[in-house]
Write a protein that binds this ligand. Structure first.
Ligand code: SF4
Ligand code: FES
Length: 332
């Protein structure tokens, strides 16, 4: 069990754990943000650089610091390693730069984007973004592509995190979409513009950190913060689907069905398209209670009391080894 210290907080973790996951085991404000890593998707991470940290001591065996900032989602801890995240001005400066890069081509259309309120890039920009852009050139734009009647692709908003491609690769039988071209011309597209219609394709919507992939059955029906998220379940017969979801209600109307998400905005279990798109009546579901919204999001604002009480109930890690998560004021 190597021991790692992150921003002054130490934890022993199983060998092979990444710095990011070690930080998530400690929890709280020292956890680096992650825009492309997704713990449920094998091979994800290493694309966006938002999770950069400074390794100030490599290990007990070799205490030299690492010469450059490293991606915490792709760097394993070593015994005795010391890491600086929010305590390092260099890391915060680099993160600001990464956000600036991510926003170079991203349209600032939050007021009309369905992802607003649950967008990881919006939260990241709020914490690390600059007020103004220094970029003077035209933003990259793409012609709209129709990828079917359930999922809307808005390529101008894509940050090339590859998560949707991993979903298609790992969850669906026949992958029909991927990244085409290279560099500035790279884009998510379907091969011969084929509609994505296999059972688990809707999960791409849930893993997309921005508004590039949204639910066509929900688009423009309501801002998410005007809806009431509740946990619900049904006996789903689709192999591989857990039937446990979050319903987004307005009164008794089910506006949207999504998978349940943990405190890092990752789905707990993937769900099938039947649950997501075809079960839009409250009587299809057994309601289990208020959903846990644990992100710094406006969604929590209308439901604050219940959400606060539930805030730590969903955690991907063993709570027994988890010390009280530090907040910013604890981190010196
Ligand atoms: S469409 Fe969304 S999930 Fe797919 S690469 Fe772009 S940002 Fe990532
Ligand atoms: S989350 Fe680590 S590089 Fe994207």
């Amino acid at each position: 069990m190597p021991k790692v210290t992150i921003d002054g907080f130490s934890i022993e973790v199983p060998a092979g754990t990444t710095i990011l996951n070690a930080a998530r085991m400690i929890g709280g404000d020292l956890v680096p943000p992650a825009m492309c890593y997704y713990s449920k998707l094998e091979g994800s991470g290493g694309k966006c650089r938002t999770c950069l940290v400074k390794v100030t001591k490599g290990s007990d065996a070799d205490p030299r610091p690492m010469p450059k900032l490293v991606a915490s989602c792709r760097t394993n801890v070593m015994d005795g390693m010391e890491v600086a995240n929010v305590t390092s001005p260099e890391v915060l400066d680099a993160r600001e730069g990464v956000v600036e890069f991510l926003l170079i081509n991203h349209p600032l259309d939050c007021p009309i984007c369905d992802q607003a309120g649950e967008c990881h890039l919006q939260d990241l920009s709020f914490e690390h973004g600059k007020v103004k852009t220094r970029y003077e050139f035209k933003r990259r734009t793409f012609e709209p592509i129709d990828i079917g009647d359930k999922i809307k692709l808005h390529m101008n908003r894509c940050i090339m995190c590859f998560r949707c491609v991993f979903v298609a690769d790992q969850l669906t039988d026949e992958r029909v979409h991927g990244i085409m071209n290279r560099g500035d011309h790279a884009e998510i597209s379907t091969y011969i513009e084929k509609a994505i219609d296999n059972d688990f394709s809707g999960n791409m919507i849930d893993v997309c950190p921005v508004g590039a992939l949204t639910d066509r059955t929900f688009r423009f029906t309501s801002r998410v913060w005007f809806t009431k998220p509740v946990y619900a379940s049904r006996k789903c017969t689709t192999p591989g689907c857990c039937g446990k979801t979050t319903l987004w209600l307005k009164g008794d109307t089910v506006l949207r069905v999504t998978a349940r998400k943990d405190q890092y905005g990752e789905v707990e279990n993937f769900i099938c398209n039947t649950c997501r798109f075809d079960k839009k009546t409250k009587s299809d579901w057994t309601i289990e209670g208020m959903a846990n919204i644990d992100r710094k999001s406006v969604i929590g604002q209308n439901h604050s009391d219940k959400i606060k009480n539930l805030s730590n109930s969903v955690n991907a890690y063993d709570s027994k080894q988890k010390p009280t998560p530090p907040v910013k004021s604890d981190i010196k």
